[in-house]
Design a protein around this ligand. Sequence first.
Ligand code: ATP
Length: 357
Amino acid sequence: MAKITLSNLRHSYLANPSGPADFALKEIDLDWQDGGAYALLGPSGCGKSTLLNIISGLLTPSDGRILFDDRDVTDLPPDQRNIAQVFQFPVIYDTMTVRENLAFPLRNRGVNEAKIAERVAEIAEMLEVEEMLDTRAAHLSPDNKQKISMGRGLVRDDVNVVMFDEPLTVIDPHLKWKLRSKLKELHQRVKATMIYVTHDQTEALTFADQVVVMQEGEIVQIGTPVELFERPQHTFVGHFIGSPGMNILPATVEGEQVLFHGQPIPVEGRLSGEGGTTELGVRPEFVSLAENGVPARVRKVADVGRHAVVEAMVGNTSVKAVVDHANLEQGAEVHLAFRQDQTRLYRDGWIATEAAS
Ligand code: ATP
């Protein structure tokens, strides 16, 4: 397994790019530690596949270098990079048995039969597919096919990295959570460097120790699931992660005071930077209904099981609050309180408050 470094990486699909908008990847610098579990998360078109293809060698970047353990692999073709990939659709041979499918990547590399048997047994046990080892792959359900496809990616112990590209796309929703937690468990047992590409926040946050959030060809934040939830560095991260996402509210700054619809709102700490378009960010989980606070009118209450999401209007701005339960009529007048240590200022999208120490 290897540490992976991406240095000053940029990519344009155009022959003569003339500005940042012509780049599918704008400027990527990353260090991925050996044995880590990482996710690349972002909406469709943000550049995830481009980055994955550059790491696997299917695409040569316009600029920058890719290093595996400090060895420059930028000019190496895919077959010399020693990477295992699991794709959206299962890649298995229908005419082979599960055992033969799992053994295939090892047989291909001339591994001896005793070692193959040992490794296949190990992976089958981890995936809980021992009883199907002698079944023909054609007879498997789609989720078991994808499990075997994952097994083929994990069976070699000499790869630099295992990359998963939206691997749960074809899995039934009710089975997704099973495979999701299985993958996390597999990483803990195999301890390989793994990169998981997805547009689904639940998949990314369940799997990865560190999530790389991308938007329009740029990395907007790298962090643990907790960091992304608690302290989004950019409003995009705040909005994209969480359900519902962070409230991003229009704000003005007067000296050290932040105002929302004319009301002073205490924020987490000192303000930094200056100018720009200013917004307040506070997650619905940290907005409560209080005696005192910003006057608002209830627009909608959605019961979502253990709690309710109240949407209230402050002037023409919608603010969401997650509350335990709410017996509120549409149109009711309420007051909203924002938890100070979880309320942040953003300038032109980027965080502009320093947490109080
Ligand atoms: P998705 O989840 O939809 O695959 P993504 O995050 O993987 O999206 P990419 O496929 O990497 O994003 O695309 C990034 C940008 O590059 C997009 O604007 C896309 O239109 C463009 N792009 C991707 N592949 C090509 C190509 N072969 N030629 C030209 N432009 C491309």
